[in-house]
Design a protein around this ligand. Structure first.
Ligand SMILES: Nc1ncnc2c1ncn2[C@@H]1O[C@H](COP(=O)(O)OP(=O)(O)OP(=O)(O)O)[C@@H](O)[C@H]1O
Length: 258
């Protein structure tokens, strides 16, 4: 199920502004990669280019090659909706559909894909909620609004909604930044578990989080304001945090800059 992601010289623009330049990296299937770096260095931009969300912004475009198991997702004949279905995304703030029940939130994507059979939806709902470590907490209130859950539960609901459509890659953009420490640890445990089935890329400002959940870490940075973000160093997470090859990485992780 999980897929390998390869970026080759990915450059992304917002109109004339080049936000990231020549980013090349490979993410192995069933692994977690953390993207770290100072604000504005292009972590979210890179993340959104992996499921073709970047181009949703007017004037935004991507150059270079991005492949998912050798399929170039920017090729002209690629079905963008299919790409986004394969590559799920979890955002900074939990964003359950506010008027929908917990159940309807989880199966929303399946319904969009045309699944109507109640038993199929029921099974998928339970499976996704179990996978997201939320089933026991919500099994008796599936018809209640998703918006009535705590922040941490809402984020796990959003993860359940994302995995219900069986993506192969899950992108997470600071998924814990709005959560308390206990909910954060629950999400981190979940990320580590989900790695058994999915390829995961996570943007995080929290170095301990990157160290706890990721196999590899990519450090992005910018030289000066107005310059594009670049990938400075990409390596096994323990190496990045204990013995980075680049001085700029060391300065960042030790808090000397950024
Ligand atoms: N919609 C947009 N239109 C124009 N420029 C944008 C847009 N979104 C981001 N940018 C710019 O692109 C650059 C990279 O932004 P991005 O959000 O990818 O950085 P980031 O590393 O994720 O930052 P942060 O850690 O603060 O979330 C920044 O200079 C930012 O101002």
């Amino acid at each position: 199920m999980a897929k390998r992601i390869e970026a080759h010289n990915v450059t992304a623009y917002y109109g004339a502004f080049k936000a990231i330049e020549d980013v090349s990296l490979t993410v192995q299937p069933r692994s977690v990669v953390a993207l770290i770096g100072p604000s504005g260095c292009g972590k979210s931009t890179f993340l959104r280019s992996v499921n073709r969300m970047h181009e949703v912004i007017p004037g935004a475009r991507v150059e270079g090659r991005l492949t998912i198991d050798d399929q170039d997702i920017y090729q002209r004949d690629v079905d963008v909706t299919a790409v986004r279905r394969t590559i799920g995304m979890v955002f900074q703030r939990p964003n359950p559909f506010p008027t929908m029940s917990i159940y309807d939130n989880v199966v929303a994507g399946l319904r969009l894909n045309g699944v109507r059979k109640k038993s199929t939806l029921d099974d998928a709902c339970e499976k996704a909620l179990r996978r997201a470590n939320l089933w026991e907490e919500v099994r008796n209130r599936l018809s209640r609004p998703g918006a009535g859950l705590s922040g941490g539960q809402q984020q796990r609901l959003c993860i359940a909604r994302t995995i219900a459509v069986q993506p192969q890659v899950v992108l997470m953009d600071e998924p814990c930044s709005a959560l308390d420490p206990i909910s954060t640890l629950a999400i981190e445990d979940l990320i580590v578990e989900l790695k058994n089935d999915y390829t995961i890329i996570i943007v995080t400002h929290n170095m301990q989080q990157a160290a706890r959940v990721s196999d590899r870490t990519a450090f992005f940075s910018i030289e000066k304001t107005g310059d594009p973000g670049r990938l400075i160093e990409y390596d096994v997470t323990s190496k990045i945090f204990t013995n980075p090859a680049e001085k700029r990485t060391e300065d960042y992780i030790t808090g000397r800059f950024g």
